[in-house]
Design a protein around this ligand. Structure first.
Ligand SMILES: [Zn+2]
Length: 198
């Protein structure tokens, strides 16, 4: 047989170049869900501490709630995101993009409620209003490109846009213009806050 030249970065709903850690915090998307939205978040645990693995532990339901006083505020929380991008740019995947991850909560965007049903969640390791690393943007853009080839993506927005007043991530330091430049001319619409400027 000739060598197989498979260039797809996907195997089913899993991205080949991400580190896979399947989370139990997911369920089935509604039938015929049109997954056209990417939601960008930021998270770090404890807040402002990077690289300790606690975010991964949270998404896998194995965070030690007594390990830090802050964790009392989130004790018992069962959440997940499809992807997590560390400060180094390394990508982790917890939920297949064909499944429903639990990252959005009560939310509304492009005329629809319950954004978990039909979005992909990407968490950037960070703190609201702290800067993000160049390596994180590079991975985020590569990931969004891969998603846009796999799914009918039409929108990229922040948690702060789909749950205004309740959520503030990724925050003021996130560079939405970088995404707007990257996706210019593709028809993918970036965060409503910058629509008027592009
Ligand atoms: Zn969020």
């Amino acid at each position: 047989m000739p060598p197989r030249h498979d260039v797809s970065p996907w195997r089913g709903g899993w991205l080949r170049w991400a580190r896979h850690c399947p989370s139990p915090n997911c369920n089935t998307r509604p039938a015929h869900a049109c997954v056209d939205l990417i939601v960008v978040h930021s998270i770090s645990l404890p807040p402002g501490e990077y690289g300790g693995g606690a975010v991964q532990d949270l998404f896998l339901n194995r965070l030690g709630w007594d390990a830090h006083p802050y964790y009392q505020q989130i004790r018992g929380l069962q959440v997940s995101s499809h992807f997590f991008i560390e400060r180094s740019g390394r990508a982790w995947q917890f939920v297949s993009v064909h499944e429903r991850a639990w990252h959005a909560g009560v939310s509304h965007y492009r005329g629809r409620d319950g954004c978990n049903d039909d979005s992909v969640g990407i968490e950037l390791e960070g703190l609201e209003d702290d800067h993000f690393e160049a390596a994180q943007y590079a991975t985020l853009l590569r990931l969004c490109d891969a998603l846009a080839r796999r799914l009918p993506i039409r929108h990229i927005a922040g948690h702060e846009h789909i749950a205004p007043h309740r959520k503030h991530d990724p925050g003021s330091a996130f560079d939405w213009h970088r995404l707007a430049r990257h996706f210019a001319g593709t028809g993918i619409m970036i965060a409503p806050t910058i629509q008027h400027h592009t």
